[in-house]
Ligand binder design. Structure first.
Ligand code: SAM
Length: 190
């Protein structure tokens, strides 16, 4: 079971579900509007584009429903913005504990995030974010993730060239222009 938090339009997770029919996927987003069409489409017959192995849930990371407790082997947060960005970029206790709550022990958490100091300046100021760096992840985020029940096992800066290949609508958009350095954090639920 893979749960994608801040799934956006749901198209990326539907694509994964189509490629991996034996795995179940749940896409979660606080904003229901972009999920309306796809939520309807997945219930069609398979030959009409239906997908029996995916479900979409409207929920904010701050209020994940208890039905998701302890069911995820993988949790993804890709290109978050707003309060979801603040949650994973600062290791905010409540939402991070919620991510742990929906994870099985040993589950893999993958976070991909990036900030452009110029283009994202107002959001950086509004959310009171610090610049991302390998040192920040190691010295500030790792202890906060640990407090929430995740051990960071790997972090990497993602090359600009590979972004178009990522299964994320936003990765493709962000591969054009800007100066956004992307980081991928991998953690394990303790
Ligand atoms: C830039 S989009 C990324 C969409 C998708 N993950 C992708 O990579 O294409 C960020 C998403 O985070 C969602 N989001 C923001 N704050 C959230 C929160 N507190 N809880 C859940 N989703 C949130 C937004 O509604 C938006 O759909």
């Amino acid at each position: 079971m893979l749960i994608d938090i801040g799934t956006g339009s749901g198209l990326s997770i539907a694509h994964s579900a189509r490629l991996n029919p034996a795995q179940f996927f749940i896409g979660v987003d606080a904003n229901p509007r972009p999920l309306e069409k796809i939520s309807e489409r997945i219930h069609r017959r398979p030959e009409k584009g239906g997908l029996p192995n995916v479900l979409f849930v409207q929920a904010a990371v701050e209020h994940l429903p208890s039905e998701l407790d302890g069911i995820a082997c993988q949790v993804h947060v890709q290109f978050p913005w707003g309060s979801l960005l603040r949650a994973v970029a600062t290791g905010e206790p409540l939402p991070m504990r919620n991510l742990r709550r929906i994870s099985k022990s040993g589950a893999a958490l993958e976070v991909v995030l990036g900030l452009d100091p110029v283009r994202d300046r107002s959001e950086i100021e509004r959310l009171n974010l610090q610049a991302l760096s390998a040192d920040y992840i190691k010295s500030v985020l790792a202890p906060r993730y640990k407090e929430a029940g995740f051990e960071i096992v790997d972090q990497a800066a993602l090359a600009h060239a590979g972004r178009g290949q990522m299964n994320s609508a936003w990765a493709k958009r962000l591969s054009f222009g800007g100066n956004r350095e992307l980081f991928r954090i991998r953690a394990r639920a303790l």
